[in-house]
Ligand binder design. Structure first.
Ligand SMILES: Nc1nc2c(c(=O)[nH]1)N[C@H]1C(S)=C(S)[C@@H](COP(=O)(O)OP(=O)(O)OC[C@H]3O[C@@H](n4cnc5c(=O)[nH]c(N)nc54)[C@H](O)[C@@H]3O)O[C@H]1N2
Ligand SMILES: Nc1nc2c(c(=O)[nH]1)N[C@H]1C(S)=C(S)[C@@H](COP(=O)(O)OP(=O)(O)OC[C@H]3O[C@@H](n4cnc5c(=O)[nH]c(N)nc54)[C@H](O)[C@@H]3O)O[C@H]1N2
Ligand code: SF4
Ligand SMILES: [Mo]
Length: 683
């Protein structure tokens, strides 16, 4: 029998995956004698249907890992590598933190304190609830949450008015599926399962990627492309669609703004020109455009890969125009998904309480953490890190670590493990896993909202984010009611959102009863979009007023000089960003950090598969094992995974990545850096 009671020692408990992954799977947690013994997929979940990834099937090893933090600690040795910590009580930890902060606020103002977090756990009250209330009340510096998808999200919004796309459950009806810059076999496995269903009904699957990885190998047609050039390919497709009359004129008339301007504008993107930019042969561009123009419903899954570039926002904005040209939004399963988060938007002001902030504070782009710590004036004196591991995941990692190394920086890290970042902390706090917390979750891909109830008691003395902020607030002397709200109250306030009727059927009560509920999402078309014109904006006056080209445009990547290779350090299959990168089983499954390169490039450098390559630029260096072959184009090198600082590993790929920001959203440009490669000298 299924139950939702946390106290029961034995049973099967429905749950939800908390990781930063679009699939947001329904889980079943098996408990014996109070301990989680097995995690499997919930077969009753309509989208994820009982299938889960390897990473989470092995999650119990992480939850009960003996390296998990059990109590608060203070640092007793030097910062960083070789740091040592000593157990303290929660009282001492909270007292130490708040007394430092009170003094800092008095001496230098609250802006000298910077919270730094991301989505190590996607639970909303823990990642953007009590924490935001607390730092708003304090008046701390604000963080721009830009490390993941912000460039593409802003770009997509200019075209479509927000993160509104196709319902993934409908994509089984598509006859053509394009996975564009997404390694879906690893990063969105249920989209792959849905595509498989479509394939059984005759759909063709195309993958456009810089790397022929597991997703490229699964495709019916893999199209290799030079990184950062996808906007040009999309414009070349548009050129052919207009030239060959493959557009849906009625749809363009009724639902788009600026199609005549676009028709004129794309004349310049002749396939022969586009081919030179993208590395895609002109005949393939014709074949792709004709397939796209003649197949319906067609669906494009727009990944994160194309927007981790200097031109990423515009690239996503451009690809997002394609379904409009052929009227795909009116066909069940047709259209595109970049992200679907806007459908499920909860009451953000009610949850985060920006009104608690008395005066504006500076905002710091998380992609510039290194320079923020080293160069800002007035300086950051204290950093509070939770739900994130910036020493490993942030761009220009050596600069980040140099900043974290500052002796006068008072750093607190709240995490489940002594991460690379925690090694630089003054105080380390142990965090509960999502299975120990109450929270609500909303997918950014499918349309379900989930409630998570605790299925185990907190590990050691660990505490949930929400609980730590309640303690900090009390000790700071903040008496605002909002800082004492219960988990249930926070969830109720967030879900009570008259501005989003799609959540009308979702409340704390209905979630308690059902645990996951599909939002009441109305079809996008026919209807008004949330763009200024209410239509799909092929021409955007809003962009024009902000200084962007108003029409979709290809802009080359920033010139990093004559370094021979463009470096794409992408995620891997068995880690989730840096989560699991310290877990033995996951490391074994991933084997070794590799550098995929073209055979011709490798042999020109005297490299063969299995050699260790030194990869470097003026930001840093790392060592990766060469995998030579034909899965990347010449001039491109690709690695996979954010590998941990472990003995014998010199695989900190972010030592090489630029901290330039993308064209939109202050986004990260992880994949736009250039490097040199050589055979490592054997000592
Ligand atoms: N297994 C696993 N799953 C994950 C994650 C993980 O680390 N591991 N991370 C999670 C998170 S936080 C996110 S944001 C998502 C990200 O997942 P995805 O949306 O799949 O994005 P990435 O994996 O960053 O990149 C996808 C692909 O883009 C390709 N690429 C890079 N540059 C270009 C380009 O210019 N053009 C084209 N066409 N392709 C390019 C890369 O080779 C890669 O195959 O996955 C989530 N799920
Ligand atoms: N080179 C390169 N770098 C990248 C990327 C890439 O593709 N290439 N991808 C980027 C992207 S898309 C993203 S989203 C970022 C992700 O970067 P991060 O958000 O930093 O993700 P993780 O590395 O998984 O770190 C999450 C941390 O949160 C902790 N955690 C989990 N649950 C909780 C909790 O409930 N409370 C607290 N306090 N801590 C918790 C975990 O133990 C873990 O240490 O990385 C970025 N970095
Ligand atoms: S990481 Fe993604 S695929 Fe794996 S269980 Fe969690 S939501 Fe599902
Ligand atoms: Mo991400």
């Amino acid at each position: 029998m299924l139950t939702t009671m946390r106290d029961e020692q034995n049973g099967i408990f429905p749950s939800v995956c908390s990781l930063d992954c679009p699939d947001q799977c329904g889980l079943l947690i098996h408990k014996e004698a109070g301990k989680i013994v097995k995690i499997e997929g919930d077969p009753n979940h309509p989208v994820t249907q009982g299938a889960i990834c390897n990473k989470v099937r092995n999650m119990t090893a992480r939850i009960y890992d003996d390296k998990r933090l059990q109590y608060p600690m203070k640092r007793v040795g030097p910062k960083g590598e070789g740091s040592q910590f000593e157990r303290i009580t929660w009282e001492e930890a909270i007292e130490t933190i708040t007394s430092r902060w009170k003094k800092l606020i008095e001496d230098e103002g609250a802006e000298s304190i910077l919270p730094y977090s991301f989505y190590g756990n996607m639970g909303r009250i823990g990642t953007e609830g009590m924490d935001r209330r607390f730092f708003n009340r304090m008046g701390a510096s604000r963080l721009l949450y830009s490390i993941c998808e912000s460039a593409g999200t802003e770009g997509y919004k200019y075209t479509m008015g927000g993160s509104f796309g196709t319902d993934p459950e409908d994509t089984i009806h598509a006859k053509l599926i394009i996975m564009w810059g997404i390694n879906a076999v690893s990063t969105n496995m249920h989209q792959v399962m849905l595509a498989e269903k479509a394939r059984k009904n005759g759909a063709q699957i195309i993958v456009i990627d810089a790397h022929k990885n597991q997703t490229g190998r699964w495709a019916d047609w893999f199209i290799p492309i030079l990184p950062g050039t996808d906007a040009a390919l999309a414009l070349g497709i548009m050129h052919i669609l207009f030239a060959e009359n493959l557009v849906d004129e009625a749809f363009l008339q009724q639902f788009t703004a600026g199609h005549e301007e676009l028709r004129e504008h794309v004349r310049q993107y002749d396939p022969s020109v586009v081919s030179k930019i993208t590395g895609v042969p002109a005949h393939d561009i014709y074949r792709l455009a004709r397939l796209y123009g003649q197949t319906s419903p067609s669906f494009i899954r727009i990944g994160n890969g194309i927007q981790h570039h200097d031109n990423g926002g515009m690239c996503v904005r451009t690809i997002a125009c394609l379904p409009a040209l052929t009227g795909q939004w009116l066909h069940k399963g047709g259209g595109a998904i970049k992200g679907n988060g806007s459908y499920l938007e909860h009451n953000i002001p009610a949850l985060q309480r920006p009104d608690l902030r008395e005066k504006e504070a500076r905002q710091i782009n998380m992609n510039l953490l290194g320079s923020a710590l080293l160069e800002l004036d007035p300086p950051i004196r204290s950093l509070y890190v939770y739900n994130s591991n910036p020493a490993l995941v942030a761009p220009h990692a050596n600069k980040v670590r140099e900043g974290l190394q500052r002796e006068d920086l008072f750093t607190v890290v709240h995490d489940l493990f002594l991460t690379e970042t925690a090694k630089f902390a003054d105080i380390v706090l142990p965090a509960t896993s999502s299975f120990e917390n109450t929270d609500f979750y909303r997918s950014y891909w499918h349309q379900y909202v989930h409630l998570q109830l605790p299925v185990m008691t907190p590990y050691g003395e660990s505490k949930a984010n929400v609980d730590v902020f309640r303690l900090l607030a009390a000790e700071m002397g903040y008496e605002d009611e909002a800082l004492g709200d219960t988990d249930e109250a926070l969830i109720r306030q967030a879900l009570d959102h008259p501005g989003n009727p799609a959540l009308n059927n979702i409340s704390y009560e209905t979630l308690l009863e059902k645990l996951f509920i599909k939002a009441d999402v109305k079809p996008l078309f026919p209807g008004e979009l949330k763009t200024p014109s209410g239509k799909i904006e092929l021409y955007s006056h809003e962009m024009e007023s902000k200084g962007f080209p108003p029409l979709p445009t290809y802009t080359p990547l920033v010139d990093e000089g004559d370094l021979p290779f463009l470096f794409v350090p992408a995620p891997n299959h068995n880690f989730l960003n840096s989560t699991f990168a310290h877990n033995e089983k996951h490391i074994r499954m991933e084997k070794t950090p590799k550098l995929h390169m073209n055979e011709a490039d490798a042999s020109a450098l005297g490299l063969v598969s299995g050699d260790v390559a030194r990869v470097w630029n003026d930001r840093g260096e790392c060592e990766l094992v060469v995998a030579a072959g034909s899965d990347v184009l010449p001039g491109v090198v690709v690695s996979q995974g954010l590998w941990a600082d472990l003995p014998g590993n010199k695989a900190l790929v972010n030592a090489l990545t630029p901290d330039r920001v993308a064209d939109m959203g202050g986004g990260a440009t992880f994949f736009s850096g250039r490097v040199r490669v050589e055979k490592r000298e054997v000592n």
